[in-house]
Design a protein around this ligand. Structure first.
Ligand code: PLP
Length: 410
């Protein structure tokens, strides 16, 4: 016969959100070549790497030039120097004690948040907050776990936890069993956070139901409020039920360098279908990674280590403050103009209600055609995103200020 394609891929929408946006923006640029378009839509950072990171990278490059200090294949879970720095700086100060064997250094959070679903059976059920970072669902679609999409944009085997202004963006626990739950806090796209009390409800749900939480903390460094948890392991019992993803992408501008890590505590287990055995997922993920993952370059890992030095800490803080200053300007301008603005206080994203309940795409076009400002239509992140738009704080000050002036003048 013939080789058969994995048809689950055909269920995925071809209309990739950012490609659609780019198409409309390019058409606008062609029709209005003299109008400067300002993008508040992109999720990429714009500030350069900090000096401590650059210095560490230069040094690592030099080490590669002599046979005495050259590095080839690295340890599969990452170099000890980085895993120890992670434990010492990201976890110990919060009273969380992890062993280096519980840390898996990677090339950023996208790979692991997408691949992690491989280590549990294809017929587990999944639950996601809505709106959502699309990787969680799409990676489950590819393996056939999500089912089929209905006309409202929802997948048949996915439980959605709507997060809207009506529930203050606090997801409610499902009234039925869900095996795998994806949570992302601070949240992309809404920029909202979860209190310890709310997060505890999810951890307790997972403990009661023998479920697993995939906790994406890629924006943890943007938290300003001292009461908001940075790690799910700040919640008692979470080590038994949660995997946590971190990334240097937005923390330190590593979107082009590529480095992050995943935490899988030894206590976290899943059960075999006959119920006879509890299996450590740390071991399963290690087995998976050592077959399929190439590791993160030595240079990138030295770069990541440098953000934990006193200078590095100070320098990445300055960049985060720079972005959060943008967020404050956008929040105050839009609020004054009467927009309902959410997020942007503990996250680099603002989530804004469209005026008069306009559909997201209609409002996107209005912003583009009348102001030359690009936002991201909320519905692109899921059905509950309809009627909202997302702005990011990753632009430079002058552009953000100019965009706010244009909106004010409108
Ligand atoms: N998780 C969330 C919620 C994100 O928004 C992103 C990137 O935008 C990622 C993970 C992936 O980031 P990276 O692979 O660069 O670490």
């Amino acid at each position: 016969t013939m080789a058969l394609v994995n048809e689950h891929f055909l269920k995925l929408s071809n209309n990739y959100l950012f490609a659609d946006i780019a198409k409309k923006v390019n058409a606008f640029k062609v029709s209005k070549p003299d109008k400067k378009v300002i993008s508040l839509g992109i999720g990429d950072v714009t500030r350069p790497l900090c000096p401590a990171v650059i210095e560490a990278m230069h040094k690592a490059v030099d080490e590669m030039s002599s046979s005495a200090s050259f590095r080839g294949y690295g340890p599969e879970r990452g170099y000890d120097f980085l895993r120890e720095a992670i434990i010492k700086n990201d976890y110990a100060p919060r009273g969380i004690h992890l062993d280096p064997s519980e840390i898996f250094v990677n090339d950023g959070a996208k790979s692991d948040t997408g691949n992690i679903q491989e280590i549990v059976r294809w017929d587990n059920s999944i639950g996601v907050t809505d709106p959502i970072y699309p990787v969680y669902i799409d990676s489950n679609v590819m393996i056939g776990r999500a089912g089929v999409m209905d006309e409202t944009g929802k997948w048949s085997n996915v439980t959605y936890f709507p997060c809207t202004a009506e529930n203050n963006f606090i997801p409610q626990l499902p009234d039925h069993r869900v095996d795998m739950i994806y949570l992302c806090y601070p949240n992309n796209p809404t920029g909202t956070v979860l209190s310890k009390e709310e997060l505890r409800k999810w951890v307790n749900y997972a403990i009661r139901n023998d479920a697993i939480i995939f906790y994406d903390a890629a924006y943890e460094a943007y938290i300003q409020d001292p009461d908001i948890p940075h790690s799910i392991y700040e919640i008692k019992g979470a080590r038994k039920v949660a995997i946590e993803f971190r990334s240097y992408s937005k923390t330190a501008g590593f979107t082009g360098v590529r480095c992050g890590y995943t935490v899988i505590p030894k206590e976290l287990t899943a059960i075999t279908i006959d119920g006879s055995q509890r299996v450590e997922l740390n071991h399963i993920w290690d087995r998976r990674q050592s077959t399929k993952f190439n590791g993160t370059s030595y240079i990138s890992q030295r770069a990541a280590e440098a953000i934990y030095t006193p200078e590095g800490k100070q320098q990445i803080r300055e960049t985060i403050d720079y972005y959060m200053r943008n967020a404050r300007l956008m929040r105050s301008t839009l609020s004054k103009l009467g927009y309902k603005v959410y997020g942007g206080e503990n996250a680099p994203y603002l989530w804004v209600k469209t005026p008069d309940n306009q559909p997201s795409w209609k409002f996107f076009e209005k912003m583009l055609y009348s102001l030359g400002v690009v936002c991201t239509p909320g519905v692109g992140f899921g059905p509950s995103g309809e009627g909202y738009f997302r702005l990011t704080a990753f632009g430079n000050h002058e552009d953000v200020a100019e965009a706010m002036d244009r909106i004010t003048r409108l």
